[in-house]
Design a protein around this ligand. Structure first.
Ligand code: SF4
Ligand code: SF4
Length: 391
């Protein structure tokens, strides 16, 4: 019997659009030879029956089509696909470029304009009033940055400033820095948003505006060394701010590791716990920093660090990057549900990470999965606990 031929799918090609896509993506999709490794390695394949067809998006970028590309909002910019791509295509960057073209056409998910408007009006993506930016401090006294007196600017960032759970990370880090005797200050209500949310949502021009404003504030304050709490702030300052910026940027785990190496910090209080560590994508795969957080964890007496099967460069994304923090992910499709099960299977009592987005995703998933024996802590919180006097 003759098999029925399926209708071919036609797409419309448009030279002008092709040029626009080439410009927005910097032509970076060009070397893709459609092997499909990106689709196969993307973590959406773990949680969804229907693949996130990354390869097809790359094809669209090559031929100049924006038809059926809405799935691009799924990307968490975790860079898992990029690590395996035989042609070295900066896939997440191509997806950001395509997202920008959807912004230009006002074809975006309904909640996303609110996030960008909040950046505009509130200087943060959380929809919180700018006057609340220093609420995280509670009773702590932290001086405003003064270039003559302070070695580092502690850049708190929007999530540890406004998110109640993440505020404890900022307070913990302040305690650890104070214990080391290092001189540091903050910008308080004058702290600018780093702009990462705008970039991850694909709006590069607005990101550049925010980044320029932030750089101007840092220059005005004669900042020479910045220590960030979030790997997302670290990533944009390190990789997306102007190359000639006159300040250096460190993630706080790197800074604490250097204090430990120089005997300026030590932990006395043993914490007899089994822990496992989540490499945040934006610190690990995107910035190749796997050692510093582990140095800090291993310097706490009594801690036993158990690695998950997928760790280091193979880490499984929590699902919060790529602007996904500002989008809804249905139950059953959350990478973090899978990850907390992996953490629990190591028999660790604490899942430690060094990113506020990971903390939010994991704590939600621990509740959803009823893994009540598993706690989530940031490296800074673990370090602060290891400083406290035993009672
Ligand atoms: S892995 Fe790289 S070369 Fe292969 S389809 Fe994906 S982007 Fe193209
Ligand atoms: S960056 Fe991560 S989420 Fe985005 S396409 Fe690649 S593997 Fe998938």
């Amino acid at each position: 019997m003759e098999s029925e031929l399926s209708e071919p799918t036609y797409i419309t090609l448009d030279d002008n659009l092709w040029g626009e896509i080439l410009e927005a993506t910097n032509g970076a999709a060009g070397p893709c030879f459609q092997c499909g490794v990106c689709t196969a390695t993307c973590p959406w394949g773990i949680v969804r029956e229907e693949d996130f067809t990354v390869r097809t998006l790359l094809r669209r970028a090559q031929i100049g089509s924006l038809e059926k590309v809405e799935s691009l909002w799924l990307c968490t910019a975790c860079a898992q696909c990029e690590a395996s791509c035989p042609r070295g295509v900066p896939i997440a960057e191509v997806i950001r470029g395509l997202r920008y073209l959807l912004w230009k056409r006002r074809h975006v998910l309904p909640d996303l304009p609110t996030t960008l408007w909040s950046l505009y009006w509130n200087n943060n993506p959380w929809g919180q009033p700018p006057s609340q930016r220093t609420q995280w401090m509670g009773d702590l006294e932290v001086p405003l940055f003064d270039a003559d007196r302070h070695e580092i600017l502690l850049y708190i960032g929007c999530t540890p400033s406004f998110d109640r759970r993440a505020q404890n990370i900022a307070r913990s880090l302040v305690k650890v820095l104070k214990a080391s005797g290092v001189s540091f200050g903050i910008l308080g209500e004058g702290e600018p948003c780093c702009g990462e949310s705008a970039l991850d949502l694909g709006h590069r021009p607005y990101f550049e505006e925010l980044a320029n404003k932030a750089v101007a504030v840092f220059y005005q304050n004669q900042v020479k060394k910045i220590v960030t709490i979030s790997p997302h702030c670290y990533d944009v300052m390190q990789n997306e701010y102007p190359d000639d910026a006159e300040f250096e940027v460190h993630h706080y785990t790197q800074y604490l590791a250097s204090l430990l190496q120089n005997n300026l910090l030590s932990f006395q209080n043993p914490l007899n716990h089994k822990v496992t560590y989540q490499d945040p994508c934006f610190l690990g795969r995107r910035n190749n920093e796997y050692d510093a957080p582990r140095e800090v964890i291993n310097s706490v007496p009594g801690i036993s660090l158990l690695e998950m099967d997928r760790s280091g460069p193979e880490t499984l994304c929590c699902g919060g990057g790529g602007g996904r923090m500002w989008m809804e992910t249905p139950i059953g499709e959350r990478f973090s549900d899978v990850r907390v099960r992996e953490a629990a299977s190591t028999s660790a009592e604490i899942l430690v990470t060094s990113c506020p987005f990971c903390i939010t995703c994991f704590e939600d998933s621990i509740k959803a999965e009823s893994l009540n024996g598993l706690k989530v802590l940031d490296v800074a919180e673990l370090a602060a606990l290891a400083l406290e006097e035993l009672t």
